[in-house]
Design a binder for this molecule. Sequence first.
Ligand code: FAD
Length: 474
Amino acid sequence: MSNASKCLEWKRQEVTHRPVEERIRDFFEIEVPLPEPDLIRQAGRCMDCGVPFCHGSGCPLGNLIPDMNDSLSKSKWRTACDILHSTNNFPEITGRICPALCEAACTRTVNDEPVLIRHIECQIAERGFAENWIGPLRPAKMTGKRVAVIGSGPAGLAMAQQLARSGHEVTVFEKDDGVGGLLRYGIPAFKLDKRILDRRLRQLMAEGVQFVTGITVGKDISCRYLRNSFDATCVTIGAEIPSDLRISGRHLDNVLFATDYLKQQVNAPLEAGKYPGRTISVKDKTVVVIGGGDTGSDCVGTARRQGAKEIYQFEILPQPSNGSQTVSRWPLWSATGRASSSHQEGCTRRWCVSTKGLSGIENRVVELHGVEVEWNDGSNGRQMREIPGTEFTMKVDVVLLAMGFAHVAQDGLVGQFGLDLDERGNVKVDDAFLTSRPGVFAAGDSILGASLVAKAIYSGRQAAANMDHYLMHL
Ligand SMILES: Cc1cc2nc3c(=O)[nH]c(=O)nc-3n(C[C@H](O)[C@H](O)[C@H](O)COP(=O)(O)OP(=O)(O)OC[C@H]3O[C@@H](n4cnc5c(N)ncnc54)[C@H](O)[C@@H]3O)c2cc1C
């Protein structure tokens, strides 16, 4: 803490966004970084509270947040950058898109606004790149062990980087054309510019990580091949199976899962024309997003940038009240005063709406049939009831289903490896991140279910440490 007397006086300064009218014309990032003196003052708001919940229970990665803030408040950028990288492989990414559970846990929230932790993290990492402090970290010697990582999302990337730095030869197999999992093909570019991801990937490649893209393990190459060719394998394939809506008309054209829509839009600004015929445009269309969470808001922001005529977002649950404990927690904060940036760009949001059916002409969706619902406490918990007389029908051109994810894809490699599943249908691991098959580890959403980037990175790091131990005792 550089200035104990002032730290309580300084107010939180929010990160500003580019004006709506400007940003909806492009897909570039919307945040405007705080100037350096302001940022250092924000770091100085950290009051060295003694029991740092931000680090201990907030941040999934256990980032050393008070130490980071302390260094930055004294303008020790390099030290802050090193502290950050000691627990987090990709702080420039979490610094952009993390819901910042650390800020919800910050002691200052007891009677004030939290420290601006997420943005501080982002700027420290950016300074690290600008100053060339973030280069490849090569191992002193190689171990001669070969490792396969299946899936290149944040869990797989963190795992691969940690293992390469431990001296193992790492190959990452990825079924998509590009590396990054949902960092590339889910999270929109206006939240995470894909050049940020590519910059970090160059570091991994320089550290010796090899990427093989366009290969689906379990289809293009077998699990048996991996078992014979590598000393250990890690499954980091995400939780790809989206929750579906079983209603009449679900089969109609233009009724899409959110991820299928986002996947084909996310690189639009930078990769125009690279994937001809794969772009779904909602220009001049009426779009309904079903699901009130963060994936839904990403669809709203993307549809707005594509020039949709009207955008609606329906949530079946009630709008959290301002007094609710859940209000400050992501993803529900956007349900109240803290609308997400995408909602600020224009969208009609409705809560307590159930979609009952869809109808179409020549297999194209044209109408949505819905009803308002209410939720009441009953003997078996909260019960939903349709409100008679509130049925409605509206014109629609595109319906995007953003209702969360069920579990990991269970056919393909999970079946081929014969991996046990947990009660939620995800890959079951023990405390050492080992699956039911010897030498096969798993991490990320494939074991957690749909989660967060920071949690995926953390489990990738933990799984890597356990796999390293396993390899060195073979
Ligand atoms: C639209 C959307 C927006 C999100 N926004 C945020 C956000 O703002 N902040 C946040 O913290 N979290 C966000 N999340 C959640 C976050 O992206 C995930 O929790 C995280 O990416 C999980 O990482 P992962 O590495 O486990 O899996 P994934 O990122 O899903 O990566 C899994 C990879 O495995 C590959 N794969 C699957 N099967 C095979 C196979 N058989 N062979 C080879 N490769 C295979 C997939 O193609 C994919 O690349 C968002 C999620 C979505 C869907």
